[in-house]
Design a protein around this ligand. Structure first.
Ligand code: FAS
Ligand code: PHB
Length: 388
């Protein structure tokens, strides 16, 4: 098999990159470990930065998003019964879009079907070779046969547990990590959202988030110890805990119902540098992980794809300047989002065993945010997405 760009991973990063390259006339083959149904069953992110919305428009996958997505012009940061609305529109002139990652991935799959792009599922044992040659080779197993894919470039879009980052020699990688001592227990329910905007709540019992997928489908999270298991939490226990962590007047209007999905996501901050090794380019979770507090995970994957698709189109046409500067340019934006995600996680969560000083710092940060339009503008600029 031959192609111009081999893409490992059919998550949002891999499919969006493939779609943008195909629309520019660059051929791709996408290799995915799981089945399509498995990929589409994942419940993950829910907030799109406006630059991600515009990139999806450029990829030609905006029709359903425009119809079903919900623009949000602000969010609420709650601490106890105090609620502070951050007005994105007034502070930055920008907004975000509520549209689930699952829907983004589904729209990308349909667009790739229409393109006739080869997306192979059930692929295993990928080995990447010849990264320093004119053409690289992926060896992999598919439908019981060992196969060979020759390409000009390889895009590692295979997430945190993928093979591509580990193809870069360990002594040439610089890794930065912070593992948080708690996770997020998330519930999806066919119930009307408790508020028309997202509420991030810092409560004495821990963090909670009231999010949504549509006017009839809600997504809620509570901070839980890493020792918890989703199956340990009954729906009733979840709703009770969520009520305890939301402002009283919000909890009073919470509509509960059976969970249609319930899972615990661990939280970590992680960056692996560089994001390029010869003909291999990392994008998305393959290179970096952020705690979901800042709603940056999916949006950083889109950010990497924004830089990488242009660099690869130019490189296929003979201009290598973009691929030579990709890692540095992508990482500059990654680190700013990494900082914002770490800062909001620290500001909004209770850390087991933290001392009174840490608690006082969190309170002072929230007080300052409430009193300073400059601080609110900084939050809004980061949350709605820094410029590419
Ligand atoms: P993905 O992990 O989505 O996709 C990688 C793909 O590569 C997967 O389909 C995988 O099956 C495939 N793959 C892996 N190894 C392979 C191999 N060896 N060969 C072939 N294929 C391979 N972000 C938010 O902004 N908000 C959230 O609330 C949020 N919640 C999350 C909850 C969970 C449980 C997780 C894990 C992540 C969450 N994220 C959230 C972050 C998430 O949305 C990611 O940022 C986003 O999926 C990144 O997309 P990709 O980089 O495409 O990686
Ligand atoms: C979600 O709806 O899943 C979501 C929204 C905002 C976040 C994290 C998750 O910061």
């Amino acid at each position: 098999m031959n192609t111009e760009v081999a893409i490992i991973g059919a998550g949002p990063a891999g499919l969006l990159l493939s779609q943008l390259l195909n629309r520019a006339g660059v051929s791709t083959v996408v290799l995915e470990r799981q089945t399509r149904a498995h990929v589409l069953a994942r419940i993950r992110a829910g907030i799109l930065e406006w630059s991600t919305v515009e990139l999806l428009r450029a990829a030609g996958v905006d029709v359903r998003m425009e119809r079903e997505g919900i623009p949000h012009e602000g969010c609420v940061l709650a601490s106890g019964d105090t609620q502070l609305r951050i007005d994105f529109r007034a502070l930055t002139g920008r907004q975000v879009m509520v549209y689930g990652q699952t829907e983004v991935t589904s729209d990308l799959y349909e667009a790739q079907d229409a393109m006739g792009t080869e997306v192979l599922h059930g692929v295993s044992d990928i080995e990447i070779t010849d990264l320093d040659a004119a053409r690289s080779v992926l060896h992999f197993t598919h439908e019981g046969a060992r196969r060979r894919l020759s390409c000009l470039f390889v895009a590692g879009c295979d997430g945190f547990h993928g093979v591509s980052r580990r193809t870069i020699p360990a002594d040439r990688r610089r890794e930065f990590e912070r593992v948080y001592p708690f996770g997020w227990l998330g519930v999806l329910s066919e119930t009307p959202p408790v508020h028309h905007e997202l509420i991030y709540s810092n409560a004495p019992r821990g963090f909670a988030l009231a999010s949504q997928r549509s006017e009839t489908r809600s997504r809620y999270y509570v901070q839980v110890p890493l020792t918890d298991k989703a199956e340990d939490w009954s729906d009733e226990a979840f709703w009770d805990e969520l009520r305890r962590r939301l402002p009283g007047e919000v909890a009073a209007r919470l509509v509960t119902g059976p969970s249609i999905e319930k899972s615990i996501a661990p939280l970590r901050s992680f960056v692996s540098e560089p994001m390029r090794w010869g003909n291999l380019f990392l994008a998305g979770d393959a290179a970096h992980i952020v705690p979901p507090t800042g709603a940056k995970g999916l949006n950083l994957a889109a950010s990497d794809v924004h830089y990488l698709h242009r660099a690869l189109i130019d490189a296929v046409r003979g201009d290598r300047a973009g691929i030579d500067s990709y890692s540095e340019r992508a990482l500059r934006r990654v680190w700013k989002a990494m900082r914002f995600s770490w800062a909001t996680t620290t500001m909004m969560h209770r850390f087991e065993g933290e001392d009174s000083f840490a608690e006082a710092m969190r309170r002072a940060t929230l007080d300052h945010l409430g009193a300073s339009e400059t601080a609110q503008k900084d939050f809004a600029e980061n949350y709605t997405g820094l410029p590419f």
